[in-house]
Write a protein that binds this ligand. Structure first.
Ligand SMILES: [Ca+2]
Length: 159
């Protein structure tokens, strides 16, 4: 329903009357629309101090390394989540040889990350954080969540 494509249950739980006119108009009122989406993400524990993730490079021979890494819990999360490898700390990913696109080491931040490769072994690789999972709660598709994340980076000035 509406521009945020809410399920009816989400409308009742999260839609906001941000402009105070007495109606939760998620179809034509931009203030209500964006406030409703923001409230949805906030209620799903969006962490504003963190980003969603980043594109990374993989070391040579990673395909062999990846076979030794555990998969995500097959009984937990939505379909897209079950396609991920299990979370590792950024330090562990760094030690396995993953790097930022500019070749720098990964940030020294104590958070866990999952590796997402939506186009398979020949496509780009992303390390994603808990906020990415919040986007998947909105729409359980790796392509959807990656587009939202990358678009949000571009709104903040990323190339
Ligand atoms: Ca309103």
């Amino acid at each position: 329903m509406g521009q945020g494509q809410f399920m009816p249950s989400s409308f009742f739980a999260y839609a906001q009357d941000f402009d105070g006119d007495g109606r939760r108009d998620i179809w034509t009122n931009h203030k209500d629309i964006f406030a409703s989406i923001a409230y949805y993400l906030k209620r799903h524990k969006w962490q504003p101090e963190y980003t969603w993730g980043r594109q990374v490079t993989l070391p040579k021979g990673f395909e062999e390394i990846s076979k030794t890494l555990p998969s995500a819990n097959p009984d937990s999360g939505c379909r897209a989540e079950r396609s991920h490898l299990q979370s590792l700390s950024l330090e562990e990913w760094n030690n396995l040889g993953l790097r930022r696109l500019n070749g720098d080491e990964l940030p020294r931040v104590d958070i866990s990350a999952r590796l997402v490769r939506p186009a398979g072994e020949s496509g780009p690789a992303y390390l994603v954080y808990d906020n990415y999972i919040r986007i998947l709660r909105y729409n359980c598709s790796n392509f959807y969540a990656l587009v939202v994340g990358r678009l949000s980076d571009q709104f903040r000035g990323a190339p």
